[in-house]
Design a protein around this ligand. Structure first.
Ligand code: SF4
Ligand code: SF4
Ligand code: SF4
Length: 425
């Protein structure tokens, strides 16, 4: 095992290979607060990449209803449970979220999927990564228990007890949609576990791919990925996973004239909750400051978007703006100790955050940089005991070539339909 730096954990971590950071890293932010569970993203991926024989059960991206839903069923509960068994009571964070980009969420003192003793990881067989192979039945439904909410008094999973965001606990029954795809992790567990080194991380953009010629379908990646985003295909006897729509990211789609383009699942999102990008990373995978890259801003400046289960240790590059109506203990387990601050910021956005949130899904191109031009104040009020002011700022987005892609306003423009067309569509 080598020692690599995992900034999401705020410490060095054991990993089977030496660290090798890509030039840029594929990453994305999903705003859970606005996802409507329409599955347009799910179907966009399916109809592009997984419509063939043997792929019927494959949903490279899926949207599941939390807390009960999961694809495969129970994926997160099972891996959390195995980690807890391996390190009883030790899966804890110390320190506080802070401004240090090398440990923004404090330090994780527990064990990752790479660090638990091998005997615990796999019974008697030695293995590099703690994991498990889901049963065939567990892959059956991409969104089982759709829209099922735990009530505040329900048993045994009474997530409604304890702390609540709203203090008055008006949201005692809750659920939310968690849209998921491969996180193109900085330290992929799938790659670590592959005995044929058939999985690789591209040096140019950090996209993680399975070489179909090398794969022999041992399913070690399926077993090891804590997010269960590598899947086995019986007809080819190989494993497959999200390919991050790499031809689009490379700018090969004629629509963008060579400029990097967002993936299918991002571009298809009608809820306008997904934003994908490329970020610059240092040798130790910490992010190089790029203040006006919208992903850098949301994750490292506003700190409103957080990694999914950072404690697994793969340094996932998928980030989420947590849902503001969900009990905090549940969210802390899923997104780490930065949750309190992230929810608070999202509930009371400042001027810049409000402007950056307008960038979601206005273009198919990847936004490399934004600029804000200040406009007049259009609204003020006291909300949640705090002063809130809204300005009609203009925000401009630029692609990697420095070309302006679009501009938009914080206040949505109102278009009045001429009376002659009042009832027409
Ligand atoms: S999410 Fe899973 S499949 Fe994707 S890179 Fe990470 S470990 Fe591999
Ligand atoms: S990035 Fe592309 S391949 Fe990956 S889940 Fe989204 S649509 Fe599917
Ligand atoms: S398309 Fe967007 S809004 Fe619809 S389920 Fe997917 S992420 Fe949510």
């Amino acid at each position: 095992m080598s020692s690599v730096y995992n900034w999401q954990l705020g410490r060095e971590m054991a990993y089977p290979y030496e660290g090798a950071a890509p030039k840029e890293q594929f990453a994305f932010v999903i705003n859970i607060n606005r996802c409507i569970g329409c599955q347009t993203c799910t179907m966009a991926c399916k109809s592009t990449w997984t419509f063939a024989k043997g792929q019927e059960h494959m949903w490279w991206t899926n949207v599941e209803t939390k807390p009960y839903g999961g694809y495969p069923q129970h994926w997160d509960v099972k891996i959390l449970d195995r980690l807890e068994q391996a390190n009883p009571g030790g899966q804890q964070w110390s320190g506080k979220p802070n401004g240090d980009p090398k440990k923004p969420y404090g330090e994780f003192g527990g064990k990752t999927v790479f660090e638990v003793p091998q005997a615990v990881a796999r019974g008697t067989q030695p293995n590099q990564v703690l994991g498990y192979l889901p049963t065939d039945e567990e892959w059956r439904f991409p969104n089982i228990y759709e829209d099922t909410a735990p009530h505040g008094q329900s048993k045994p999973m009474d997530f409604g007890k304890g702390e609540s965001i709203d203090g008055d606990r008006k949201h005692r029954a809750w659920f939310y949609y968690l849209a998921r795809l491969c996180n193109h992790c900085s330290y992929p567990a799938c790659l670590a576990a592959c005995p044929r080194t058939a999985i690789y991380k591209r040096p140019e953009d950090g996209i993680v791919l399975i070489d179909q010629k090398e794969c022999r379908g041992y399913r070690k990646c399926v077993e090891a990925c804590p997010y269960k985003k590598s899947l086995y295909r019986g007809t080819t006897r190989t494993s497959e996973k999200c390919i991050a729509c790499y031809p689009r990211v490379e700018g090969k789609d004629p629509e963008t004239n060579g400029a990097p383009m967002e993936t299918r699942c991002m571009a298809a999102c009608i809820g306008q909750v997904r934003m994908q990008g490329l970020v610059k990373v240092d040798n130790d995978t910490t992010w190089v400051e790029d203040r006006y890259n919208p992903l850098y801003y949301l994750i490292h400046v506003a700190k409103v978007a957080l990694p999914l289960y950072p404690q697994f240790g793969t340094e996932p590059n998928g980030y989420y703006i947590p849902p503001r109506w969900v009990p905090l203990p549940y969210l802390r387990q899923m997104f780490g100790p930065g949750v309190d601050q992230a929810v608070e910021r999202y509930r009371n956005p400042d001027r810049e955050l409000l402007a950056v949130l307008q960038l979601f899904r206005r273009s198919n191109q990847i936004i490399a940089r934004y600029e804000i031009e200040q406009g007049p104040k259009v609204y003020e009020a006291t909300r949640n005991g705090k002063r809130f002011e809204m300005y009609d700022d203009t925000i401009r987005a630029f692609n990697r070539q420095g070309k302006e892609i679009f501009e938009t306003q914080v206040e949505e423009p109102v278009h009045v339909r001429p009376a002659v067309h009042a009832n027409s569509i």
